[in-house]
Design a protein around this ligand. Structure first.
Ligand code: G4P
Ligand code: NA
Ligand code: NA
Length: 189
């Protein structure tokens, strides 16, 4: 997606040669128009699937997921990383290890929001090691729903996530695929 790649080139900052900071449009300040265009692109790529739910994880996956859900007129569910007080015990959980943070989180969603009849599209902002997406996919499987694919805004292709998920049989659609950070520049695949 050229518009997204251009935005990464102009606004992205590379930290420690491994992390891409995109706080100005995705991770802190959000550009709603760009989020909507990203939503449209996910809808275009998955147009042959009868998606009934979008599943993401708090917090940065939510904005783009809501845009996608708005176009498709389907609900958006986000997994929690901490159990809210009002959430009961009737939850699906999965363990997600974050290499970036060096800690494990148990993610959860209430069972009532996923049914076996659902066709679920998982969406997330970044794909690095694939732990978050794999945890979400695991929850879809626990619910016996159908996983139609995984939509990613920015894939860091030099990390193992995309390959792991593809090898597990999931369809992964990433809108910007980063091959490497070279001399302070982003190189796309
Ligand atoms: P994984 O899910 O693919 O295994 O990723 P990892 O554990 O490495 O990443 C943990 C967190 O860091 C995730 O956000 C992920 O989106 C984010 N992340 C990974 N690589 C980058 C990067 O290059 N740039 C930015 N900006 N973020 C990156 P999170 O902790 O779930 O936070 P949030 O969704 O609340 O923002
Ligand atoms: Na995320
Ligand atoms: Na993030």
């Amino acid at each position: 997606m050229d518009l997204l790649k251009q935005r990464i080139q102009t606004d992205g900052l590379i930290l420690n040669n491994s992390l891409l900071k995109v706080d100005s449009f995705l991770n802190q300040q959000i550009d709603p128009e760009l989020m909507m265009k990203i939503g449209e692109e996910f809808v275009r790529r998955f147009k042959d699937e009868k998606i009934t739910k979008i599943l993401t994880i708090e917090s940065s996956g939510i904005a783009v997921s809501v845009m996608t859900g708005l176009i498709l007129k389907v609900p958006v569910i986000f997994a929690r990383k901490r159990k809210p007080k009002v959430t009961g015990d009737d939850v699906y959980t999965a363990k997600v290890y974050s290499y970036t943070k060096g800690e494990s989180n148990t993610i959860m969603i209430s069972k009532q929001f996923l049914q076996p009849e659902d066709n679920v599209l998982i969406i997330d902002d970044f794909l690095a090691n694939g732990e978050a997406a794999a945890g979400l996919a695991n929850i879809v499987e626990q619910a016996k729903a159908k996983l139609v694919g995984i939509g990613i805004v920015i894939e860091k292709s030099f990390q193992p996530g995309a390959q792991k998920l593809t090898a597990a049989g999931y369809r992964v659609e990433s809108l910007a695929r980063i091959k490497a950070f070279t001399n302070g520049q982003v190189e796309f695949l």
